[in-house]
Design a protein around this ligand. Structure first.
Ligand SMILES: [Zn+2]
Length: 470
């Protein structure tokens, strides 16, 4: 008699992607829903990098973290944070072992693709008042037409005073939009390549249409909006030059599906990893090795700038922590701490979409609902600009996750030669630490409405916790 196929002992030898829902107890399923409800609130409060920063800062403060600068010396169990210009945050829980044993670092980014206002945005044309924008990060421009947009950000007057702007989030608030062409007259547009159908200079936001009285007054539609802005915010047109005003989708994060299995929302790249890593850190007490999260800005435009991962903020903060933990601290101490550290570059990856199967290699593509994704390498073409994690370190993370009951999977960023992308992994690795990309698979990445599986969000949290407390 032959052994039934499904019970053949050789089946155990094969890699099998598991579905998280198959592996959860009833109690854990309840936890998935509770944590992801909280995550949705986080997404709604954190639609810009500044808001993600402020929300994260409030969270760590409420969990007993204090500024590293306030401490004279640090001891195991201490919880500290450091901030950088309202846009980047580092928080850490000091471990029992000396810092020279290295840190367990998780790095994520708080910025997301969006539309920024230009320094001089406002103009009128044909009785409409519009704002010119410059898009930030990798977007498919057509996705930003005909959707409700909210305006978030800050204006700094020349005397240094900040003016906070938030329009389009409260019920009853006006919203803004970019109008699209009607299909009846879109023959030429529809014949274009998708990349050319909407021009970068075509992303203009409708912001008003009631003129000042006096038909021969020049620019009276624009002037009416300037008058409104002066009245409501006490700002003048020149103030836009020192402003960071961002258009983001005006909708909230929502459950998707009859069974509420997914979350749809804006900015999940990479706030899904920001939220789960931060939550994992906050729930970590007395770890063996110091646990640290770095939440960076500007990843979507190359990690440059003094709030991006390329900046000295990361090194300087670890220096500040180390000088308070290690007696006889010297520069070499920092170098040792860095090169003995391990890091997860917590960023999203592509989930296999049945509608777009041909851009991935299905055997090595991540599935939604199959857990946290380990990505050994990103990059493009022949792995260019990829960190390509060492086998030893991938095995370490695998072991940590397996021991903690974390459901994880492997995932590549698309087919070979299809395109590609990068994360902050190589920037962490430059300090000498071992780094692995490890995050949540999304559908519709970089769209105004990205989709994640609640099961994967939960496993990210569980995996990051395990990494900190291994
Ligand atoms: Zn990202």
């Amino acid at each position: 008699m032959t052994v039934p196929k499904e019970q053949h002992p050789a089946l155990k030898l094969a890699y099998r992607r598991r579905n998280v829902w198959d592996c959860l107890s009833g109690q854990e399923k309840g936890l998935v829903m509770a944590i992801t409800d909280n995550y949705k609130s986080f997404l709604d409060m954190a639609k810009t990098e500044r808001e993600a920063f402020e929300t994260s800062l409030r969270y760590v403060k409420s969990a007993g973290f204090r500024p590293v600068d306030d401490a004279i010396a640090l001891k195991p169990g201490d919880r500290v944070f450091a901030v950088n210009r309202h846009k980047a945050l580092i928080a850490a829980v000091i471990g029992n072992k000396p810092l020279e044993y290295g840190l367990n670092v998780i790095g994520a980014h708080m910025d997301s693709p969006r539309l920024d206002l230009k320094p001089l945005p406002i103009y009128e044309e044909e009785g409409l008042v519009l704002f010119k924008t410059h898009y930030y990060g990798g977007i498919k421009k057509y996705q930003w037409l005909s959707i409700p947009l909210a305006l978030h950000g800050i204006v700094i007057r020349d005397n240094g005073e900040p003016v906070y702007v938030l329009i389009g989030e409260k019920p009853g608030d006006p919203i803004f939009t970019i109008t699209d062409l009607l299909p009846h007259l879109a023959k030429d547009q529809m014949d274009k390549k998708m990349a050319d159908a909407v021009a970068g200079e075509g992303l203009n936001i409708l912001v008003g249409g009631i003129p000042l009285a006096g038909e021969d007054l020049k620019d009276r539609f624009k002037l009416a909006i300037l008058e409104h802005l002066s009245r409501e915010y006490a700002i003048v047109e020149e103030d836009f030059i020192s402003a960071e005003l961002e258009l983001v989708p005006a909708w909230q994060a929502r459950d998707i599906g009859f069974d509420r299995s997914f979350i749809g929302g804006y900015g999940q790249d990479d706030r899904v990893c920001v939220y789960t890593a931060l939550r994992a850190l906050v729930e970590t007490t007395a770890p063996e090795l110091t646990a640290l999260v770095v939440l960076a800005d500007k990843e979507e435009i190359g990690s440059n700038g003094n709030t991006g991962m390329e900046s000295v903020f990361f090194t300087n903060t670890i220096r500040e922590i180390a000088s308070r933990c290690v007696s006889g601290y010297k520069e070499l101490t920092l170098r040792r701490i860095m090169s003995n550290s391990r890091a997860l570059s917590a960023d999203v990856n592509v989930g296999l979409d049945p509608g777009f199967k041909d851009v991935v290699e299905t055997m090595n593509a991540a599935r939604l609902g199959a857990g946290l994704v380990l990505t050994k390498y990103t990059g493009s073409k022949g792995k260019y600009e990829s960190n390509d994690a060492h086998a030893e370190f991938v095995a370490h993370v695998r072991r940590v996750f397996n021991n903690a009951g974390v459901i994880w999977q492997t995932g590549e960023l698309g087919k070979v030669d299809q395109g590609g992308g990068g994360t902050i992994a190589h920037l962490l690795a430059a300090h000498g630490m071992d780094v692995l990309d490890c995050g949540v698979a999304l559908l519709g990445m970089h769209s105004p409405f990205e989709v994640a599986s609640k099961a994967d969000v939960y496993m990210a949290y569980k995996g990051y916790r395990a990494f900190y407390t291994r």
